[in-house]
Design a protein around this ligand. Structure first.
Ligand SMILES: C[S@@+](CC[C@H](N)C(=O)[O-])C[C@H]1O[C@@H](n2cnc3c(N)ncnc32)[C@H](O)[C@@H]1O
Length: 235
């Protein structure tokens, strides 16, 4: 005797199967594209940065470290990417990461420049490399800072309030209208705490007719989680 499934069963199985495929697909797309961005501050910062960068822009990573953020910026296809760090070992790590991910040609062509340079010097560096002795003011779409020390490196070599403020001042000259300065701050160590206090009082005093600032904090997390400071120049 043939077993003929009832139309009801067929429809239900089909619906189940469709819904399983939809959920699996949705989960996959979610993992790939959406990520739960508020769970990880660095991912949250990059998510915001992606909304500002268009292919063809000039962007800067002011603390390239092990190159994770630099690689994320390179993937946004900027016309020019500068990555700076005060440590030679960070420059090597960033260069290796970019090369391992297919960006060797862009480094050779100068479209990506990874330089051992203190970020408080970046304005002068851009003016020198821009040629024509020209000003680099208002030429950059996004500048990111991920403060603190190199993970896995010497914890004594860390960003410091005074020079970070100098670098921020330089960034404010370099940034375009509607461009973004994105700073990830770590207050779990002494210099980081001072740096956060200095940055917050500096931004609180900025002229609200010229600058718009936002501060992202994670109030219920323990152990001084990282925080994000965002600054954009009004047109
Ligand atoms: C938290 S790490 C950056 C991590 C990096 N964004 C990444 O994706 O791996 C901070 C970096 O800032 C660098 N640094 C400290 N003071 C600096 C300065 N004055 N100018 C530029 N880089 C500096 C350190 O050498 C360190 O590599």
């Amino acid at each position: 005797m043939d077993i003929i499934p009832s139309p009801h069963l067929v429809v239900n199985s089909f619906t189940l199967c469709q819904s399983w495929r939809f959920d699996t697909c949705r989960g996959f797309v979610y993992d790939l594209v959406m990520k739960n961005i508020i769970r990880q501050t660095t991912e949250f910062a990059l998510h915001i940065v992606r909304a500002y960068v268009d292919p063809g822009d000039v962007v800067i990573d002011a603390t390239c470290g092990n190159g994770h953020d630099t690689l994320a910026l390179a993937e946004m296809d900027p016309a020019q990417l500068y990555a700076f760090d005060a440590q030679e070992s960070a420059v090597r790590a960033t260069t290796n990461r970019l090369e391992a991910n297919g960006y060797r040609d862009r480094i050779s062509s100068g479209r990506i420049i990874v330089e051992c340079l203190r970020h408080e010097e970046m304005k002068r560096f851009l003016e020198d490399t821009a040629g024509n002795g020209g000003s680099a003011d208002a030429s950059v779409k996004v500048i990111i800072f991920n403060l603190g020390y190199l993970p896995g490196g010497d914890k004594n070599i860390t960003t410091q309030s005074e020079t970070t403020l100098q670098a921020l001042q330089a960034s404010m000259d370099l940034i375009q209208s509607d461009g973004l300065i994105c700073i990830t701050m770590y207050s779990g160590h002494t210099e980081g705490k001072e740096e956060k206090t200095a940055l917050l009082s500096f931004t609180e005093a900025l002229d609200s007719r010229k600058w718009h600032c936002a501060y992202v904090s994670m109030p219920n997390q323990r152990h001084d989680p990282p925080e994000i400071l965002l600054i954009t120049k009004k047109p």
